[in-house]
Design a protein around this ligand. Structure first.
Ligand SMILES: O=C(O)c1ccccc1NCC(=O)[C@H](O)[C@H](O)COP(=O)(O)O
Length: 215
């Protein structure tokens, strides 16, 4: 079992989700702050949920084009370990958020075709981590968390200047293949461990983490 595979379970909404992620061996838990999402939490809900997260598990707040007022409120109320920027934040904005809050920043980039890869190079020079996710379909309500995979062969042979995570349509059934095809050592999953949209399933969380750690 390679000890160096890390899994992030994103979009947790209940303390039972936190327990399942921790017991399964996830290394990161993600909280979504995006009102259109079925996984959205308000700041006070997140403050309570984050207080249930065991030490050692990295608590990530996912925002989409959030302004400083929103991030100020979030960081003041919720004990966080990382900020995930999942909108169209520029390289300069990533640098600004890093400097303002003193927290590691992970920038998510949607990949649909080879031409999208250049952005990964640009952001990997400033972000602490990059999240290589599927590009949302045109007209989608959500910029992420759509349960769609992309062509993993696009990532073969790629290296970046910072650590990275693979996301997009990962499930207990395909995560081993995703690792084999991309060489990813970190994986982020949301829909693939849900029983219905926005509702996490403890058995699927356990199955996904087990499959990733055994790949
Ligand atoms: O999950 C959401 O609802 C969401 C909403 C707005 C922006 C991003 C969102 N999710 C981003 C994530 O980090 C997901 O874990 C990632 O896109 C993978 O999602 P999935 O394909 O569902 O596993």
């Amino acid at each position: 079992m390679p000890a160096d595979v890390a899994v992030k379970i994103c979009g947790l909404r209940a303390s039972a989700d936190v327990v399942a992620a921790a017991e399964a061996g996830a290394r990161y838990v993600g909280f979504v702050f995006f009102p259109k999402s079925p996984r959205h939490l308000d700041v006070s809900e997140a403050a309570v949920l984050a207080s249930h997260v065991p030490a050692g598990l990295c608590k990530v707040a996912l925002t989409v084009n959030a302004d400083n007022a929103m991030l100020d409120a979030l960081v003041a109320a919720v004990p966080l370990d990382m900020l995930q920027l999942h909108g169209s934040e520029t390289v300069a904005r990533v640098a600004e958020v890093k400097a303002r809050y003193g927290l590691p920043v992970m920038k998510a980039i949607g990949v649909g075709e080879r031409g999208d890869l250049a952005q990964l190079d640009a952001y990997s020079g400033v972000a602490d981590q990059i999240l290589v996710d599927a590009k949302p379909p045109k007209g989608a309500d959500l910029p992420g968390g759509n349960g769609l995979a992309f062509d993993w062969t696009l990532l073969q042979g790629r290296v970046w200047r910072c650590p990275w995570m693979l996301a997009g349509g990962l499930t207990p059934n395909n995560v081993a293949e995703a690792i084999a095809r991309t060489g990813a050592r970190q994986l982020d999953v949301s829909s693939g461990v849900e029983s219905t949209s926005g509702v996490k399933d403890a058995a699927l969380i356990h199955a996904l983490v087990k499959a990733a750690l055994e790949a």
